[in-house]
Design a protein. Sequence first.
Length: 149
Amino acid sequence: MNEQFTRQAQDMFRAAQDAKIPETFQAMAEDGVTKTREAYQKLQTATKDNAKVVEELVIAAQVGAKTIGEKVIENTTANTEAVFDAAQAIARARTLPEAARLQADFMQQQMAAASSQTKELIELSTRMTRQAMETMNAVATRSFDTLRR
């Protein structure tokens, strides 16, 4: 049984040595490799572009966060200075009605300042968000265009 199997295997190997691969099959295989390589290169380019997109988005987010953070610190500083100035003015008041008027004036000024500061922060946040979305849309469009080619 073992000899018969060995003989059959040797016959098959001899027959395979003389076998030719059809030209159409070779052409299909080469074409497949070429197309696969092209697809891989497109994908690699898109991946690199997407990495740039992420980097651009992160930078935009960092700039936005820094800008908003600086605005919050600026507002906090202005508000704190206003509190100290009001406290000093109230402390110098000679009468209770004068102190109450100074306190009411301070509260009015702070309400107006808080409203203005909130509006500024909302506008700033909206602008930063819009810029980030525009960056993301531009990059996504470039990536899709790269993949289409």
